[in-house]
Design a binder for this molecule. Structure first.
Ligand SMILES: Nc1ncnc2c1ncn2[C@@H]1O[C@H](COP(=O)(O)OP(=O)(O)OP(=O)(O)O)[C@@H](O)[C@H]1O
Ligand SMILES: [Mg+2]
Length: 299
């Protein structure tokens, strides 16, 4: 059964923006004053890079899921934003739970549902980052969510990944009938590819039908900001401020006759920050619609 206001970011292909969207959408929503929980179910634990906290080995999360005890929480990673950190040990869960369910024990989805369910009331929104592979973990996440957001780049392999996620979605639909596809996000899109973008949008809409619109907002391509964000552990909207501070530090160094140090690669992140702001609004509006739909359908 679904836990309300829980959004799963999933895609069968790696490197398409799942983690970047989870952390940026989560943090922007928290910035609006809502209580947000980021759950990292990936053994890569990349939410640590985006949010700038010390990476976890994933042992605490893995142990909590195996023993059915409280999930590990990093509190106040940003104002109103807590994190359940992932890490390498999460990669062992599939092996452990396949033998446990073969012996008739409860499966990963059951445990995730009860442990996340225990703390869900503390949050207005839960965003879940999932791995590109690791089918059991992805399906467990889909079993507890109400909405799925699928990011994609525009190459064929990424679009195949959308289809793979859609198949996972169908596979869990009897177990979690409340789960809805919120939509597809076009990620890291170059400007001047208007025709390609139009064709990709049409192809995605033909594949997914009415079930999942392609969000109007797309995230523009900006390598320099992506590199800065992960090097500094800052979200995109935080980079702009950091850029101004870096500029001031450069001038101060020049005035003092010292060699200025270049802290950041990106010189203008405003447009990208605006993309995230607009996308966050679109996603949250769609999640609200989905929640209202579920309430109507529920007995
Ligand atoms: N606006 C952008 N333009 C170009 N590249 C970007 C942008 N934003 C992020 N990236 C880069 O895209 C890559 C993939 O991002 P991300 O880690 O969010 O994908 P993912 O789907 O979570 O990957 P994985 O499946 O490996 O977990 C990263 O190297 C990141 O730095
Ligand atoms: Mg990731």
């Amino acid at each position: 059964m679904a836990i309300s206001r829980t959004v799963i970011f999933g895609q069968g292909k790696g490197g398409v923006g799942k983690t970047t969207l989870t952390t940026n959408v989560g943090a922007l929503t928290a910035g609006d004053g809502l209580n947000v929980l980021v759950v990292d179910l990936d053994q890569q634990g990349n939410t640590a890079r985006d949010l700038g906290f010390e990476p976890s080995d994933g042992e605490a999360l893995s142990r909590a899921l195996i023993t059915g005890t409280d999930l590990p929480l990093l509190k106040d990673v940003r104002p109103n934003l807590d994190v359940v950190p992932g890490g390498p040990a999460v990669g062992d869960l599939a092996g452990y739970f396949s033998s446990r369910t073969a012996r008739g024990g409860s499966d990963l989805a059951d445990i995730l549902e009860s442990s996340l369910g225990n703390i869900a009331d503390d949050y207005d929104l839960i965003v879940v980052d999932t791995p590109p592979g690791d089918r059991m973990v992805v399906e467990a996440a889909l079993c507890v969510g109400t909405a799925v957001v699928i990011p994609t780049r525009m190459d064929e392999a990424s679009i195949d990944g959308v289809t793979r996620l859609a198949e996972r979605f169908v596979a869990v639909s009897t177990r979690n009938p409340n789960l809805r596809l919120a939509g597809v996000v076009l990620f890291a899109i170059q400007s001047r590819v208007t025709r390609l973008e139009r064709d990709v949008r049409a192809a995605l809409e033909a594949t997914l039908g009415q079930a999942a619109p392609v969000f109007e907002t797309r995230i523009r391509h900006l390598d320099s900001a992506a590199a800065d964000a992960r090097r500094q552990g800052l979200l995109v909207h935080e980079l702009e401020q950091a850029g101004q501070a870096a500029k001031a530090a450069r001038f101060a160094a020049l005035r003092a006759g010292e060699k200025p140090v270049d802290g950041l690669y990106a010189t203008n992140t405003r447009g990208l920050a605006e993309d995230y702001q607009a996308l966050t609004q679109e996603i949250n509006a769609r999640v609200a619609e989905i929640e209202a739909e579920i309430l109507v359908v529920a007995p």
